[in-house]
Design a protein around this ligand. Structure first.
Ligand SMILES: C[S@@+](CC[C@H](N)C(=O)[O-])C[C@H]1O[C@@H](n2cnc3c(N)ncnc32)[C@H](O)[C@@H]1O
Length: 172
């Protein structure tokens, strides 16, 4: 036990963390359906673990290998393996899920205005080079954009996903 005013050590913190995995949280599902780089998938998995979210990725050899290589966690968060991407999105909508796309866009909700998710929410992230493909936009209920004032065109996809997941989880 840490005395008031004392900082917790890494060992203290390890004791209050979960020691077992969690089945589907049934609340937030981050879906990097077009994200290609294993390091980005691994970073997003860590954020899922931190905020209590699941991940959805296509059930292909490519994604299975990329996740296995990118994952640095001892216990992997719950994974939803999807079939055809558009069909999966239609299925989730039919189940009543809210589909939120994270993308640079005009007329989008700004990060600061994102409220904690009150319903099961799927969070879409785009490809590292080409973003969220045109055909996916009709499936989105809302688009969230992260304002930028620097010189870069966009954020790293895992950083963008992590910022929005923290807001949707109500942890920031
Ligand atoms: C590196 S960006 C892709 C940029 C791509 N060159 C384009 O112009 O569409 C990869 C993904 O990260 C997310 N992203 C990056 N920066 C973002 C921002 N400022 N606001 C919202 N999403 C962002 C989006 O999901 C985007 O599809």
């Amino acid at each position: 036990v840490t005395a008031p005013g004392q900082r917790s050590s890494r060992r203290d913190l390890r004791h209050v963390r979960r020691s077992t995995g969690h089945q589907c949280w049934d609340h937030l599902i981050v879906a990097p359906l077009w994200v290609a780089y294993e390091a980005n998938l691994g970073t997003l998995l860590r954020t899922c673990d931190a905020v209590g979210a699941c991940m959805a990725v296509p059930n292909t050899d490519y994604y299975r290998r990329a996740l296995a290589r990118g994952n640095t966690l001892a216990i992997t968060p719950h994974i939803h393996w999807t079939g055809r991407k558009e069909a999966w999105l239609e299925e989730r909508r039919a189940m009543g899920d809210r589909i939120v796309g994270i993308e640079l866009a005009d007329d989008a909700t700004r990060l600061a205005d994102v409220e904690p998710a009150r319903e099961r929410t799927v969070v879409l992230l785009g490809h590292e080079h080409s973003g969220i493909p045109d055909e996916a936009w009709k499936h989105m209920d809302e688009v969230v954009t992260i304002p930028m004032i620097g010189t870069g065109n966009s954020l790293n996809v895992a950083v963008a996903g992590s910022l929005v997941l923290y807001k949707l989880a109500g942890l920031s």
